[in-house]
Design a protein around this ligand. Structure first.
Ligand code: NAP
Length: 236
């Protein structure tokens, strides 16, 4: 059966590269982007025929419903849903200085947006033989690793806590799905130089970061309910 993947926030950065890598593995990939022009340009830049642009703003319920309707016209099953869209609006802002509104923005995209994507697309993922939902996370959202100083020490409340809440989606939906349902897991690409971190030097390339996500997406191992980095399962 033909395989289908949907990647959100894929007009640039890690998401764009995940699209490329899955399309090169013969998936038909839906490239999700909230900006129509940027999304269409991104599809064109990849130069592959098995990629379709799907407009989606993960903070907008109507936009998510419209993206489902567009995908439903093309396929009756979705093998991979990759919730990659994410923001770090408090990059460089201390917890004591973040505005409430900025904290809410981080949760709108990284938590509520991911939640709505999961609920909306679950019926389509359930129709795949082995559907997977992948939430792109960060090791800084692992309370254990961050507390132990095993991650970058970037103490940004909005980003880190909304991704911790995102991890909680992974754990709780994973418990609901159990061993017979679809898989849901979180993956961090690790520090990758992108717009999200103002292109900070010293990170992975987007192709390297994306490969970590794509490899777990294509893996035969069942990681339901876990959060992962390049070395395997991360602690909560
Ligand atoms: N870079 C790292 O070091 C790193 C490390 C760990 C995890 N991650 C995670 O990796 C994922 C990709 O990040 P990146 O580094 O590639 O950052 P990026 O280059 O800034 O890309 C983020 C993408 O998310 C999209 N987006 C933001 N808000 C959206 C919304 N409301 N609806 C739909 N799309 C939205 C952006 O679209 P616009 O272009 O329209 O803004 C963009 O396409 C994120 O979840 C991030 O948290 C990154």
């Amino acid at each position: 059966m033909k395989k289908f993947a949907f990647v959100t926030g894929a007009n640039k950065g890690i998401g764009l590269e995940v699209v490329r890598q899955l399309a090169e593995k013969d998936y038909h990939v839906f490239l999700g982007a909230r900006n129509e022009e940027l999304g269409k340009q991104a599809v064109k830049s990849l130069g592959l025929s098995n990629i379709t642009f799907i407009p989606v703003d993960v903070t907008n319920t109507e936009s998510i419903q419209n993206s489902l309707a567009k995908i439903n016209v093309i396929t009756n099953h979705l093998d991979l849903l990759i919730n990659n869209a994410g923001i770090a609006p408090d990059f460089n802002i201390k917890p004591s200085e973040i505005k409430l509104e900025t904290l809410r923005q981080a949760f709108e995209v990284n938590f509520f947006g991911t939640f709505q994507m999961i609920q909306t697309f679950l019926p389509l993922v359930n129709k795949s033989e082995r559907g997977k939902i992948i939430n792109v996370t960060t090791d800084m959202a692992s309370q254990t690793m961050f507390d132990r100083g095993e991650t970058d020490p970037i103490n940004i409340l909005g980003y880190n806590s909304s991704k911790t809440a995102n991890n909680s989606l992974t754990l709780t939906f994973g418990k609901e799905f159990g061993s017979n349902g679809p898989e849901i897991f979180g993956v961090t690409p690790g520090f990758t130089t992108t717009d999200l971190n103002h292109n900070s030097a010293g990170g992975k390339t987007t192709a390297e970061g994306a490969k970590i996500i794509a490899d777990f997406a294509l893996s035969n191992i069942n990681y339901n309910g876990k959060i992962l980095n390049a070395n395997g399962i991360m602690p909560w």
